[in-house]
Design a protein around this ligand. Structure first.
Ligand code: NAD
Ligand code: ZN
Length: 246
């Protein structure tokens, strides 16, 4: 791994014909959204992932898991996109033809900041789907109520439309993200621990295909070895510094 400065990454940005950005929970941290893995305040310090983010966990304790997602939705309703989200949206506005934003986040903050065509690898926390037969339930006219909401015809439960551990990513979205990773000249990896696959594999894919990879993260991550440049700072600080003049 080589290390390079902000100025070098700015140079790569200037000459890149296609840019892909992969974001994780860290890009929303400065909006007040807890990340998953931070030891003191991260969600997994309070809960076991297998209890709160798996189908088995939901089937075992549907109300507990539903209430946790409801709590996260309530939290998200009270926060705003930060300067990092804004810098990405503004850059896309100025360079729409060469830019793809891929996120592991389910919080909708990129979209609220004005980013368009965001490839949401892990779904959307504000969209529910059926637990069994995800597309439709037994009959459209049945009443749905409760925590979690339940079809009074067949008992099917609504669940949050996010990708849980062990579940496949949305196929078309993943294909589009892999294509963007393969064809980009520069990939910015922002605020991800790089521990969840296949999302983290997009950085490797980009590097193998010949792109420069720059990581923005105040701490070490599992993708540090993949990056040509490590920008050790926060998203809300580094993204405007990198993108504002580009
Ligand atoms: P993670 O919690 O595993 O890692 C967060 C990373 O962000 C860490 O590497 C940390 O050093 C870094 N970070 C912390 N503060 C930062 C800041 N201010 N600026 C830049 N980086 C910062 O998150 P992940 O890698 O995205 O984990 C993947 C899973 O977490 C995904 O499945 C995703 O769906 C889920 N998740 C999403 C949200 C959200 O939608 N906001 C929140 C938590 C977790
Ligand atoms: Zn039903």
């Amino acid at each position: 791994m080589d290390t390079a400065s902000l100025a070098q990454v700015r140079g790569w940005l200037q000459y890149a014909r296609r840019i892909a950005v992969l974001t994780g929970a860290g890009v929303s941290a400065e909006s007040g959204v807890p990340t998953f893995r931070k030891a003191q305040t991260g969600y997994w310090a309070q809960f076991r992932p297998e209890d709160m983010a798996t189908e088995e966990g939901f089937r075992a304790h549907p109300r507990r898991v539903w209430d946790w997602y409801q709590h996260r939705r309530d939290l998200l309703a009270g926060v705003q996109p930060n300067a990092g989200h804004a810098a990405l949206a503004d850059f896309q506005c100025r360079h729409p033809e060469q830019f793809t934003l891929i996120t592991q986040n389910v919080d909708g903050l990129h979209q609220r900041a004005g980013s368009t065509g965001v490839l949401c690898l892990h779904g959307d926390i504000f969209v529910d789907c059926w637990l069994d037969s995800p597309r439709t339930c037994c009959h459209i006219d049945h009443a749905v109520a409760g925590r979690p909401p339940c079809c009074d015809g067949c008992g099917n439960l609504l669940r949050p439309g996010v990708v849980w551990f062990g579940e496949p990513l949305p196929y078309v979205t993943l294909q589009a993200a892999q294509k963007a990773a393969r064809v980009c000249d520069l990939m910015l990896v922002v605020g991800t621990a790089g521990a969840v696959y296949p999302a983290a594999g997009l950085a490797q894919l980009a590097r193998q295909a010949g792109a420069r990879v720059a990581s923005i993260n105040p701490a070490a991550s599992a993708l540090d070895d993949v990056a040509h440049a490590l920008l050790r700072g926060t998203a809300a600080h580094m993204l405007p510094a990198l993108l504002a003049a580009a």
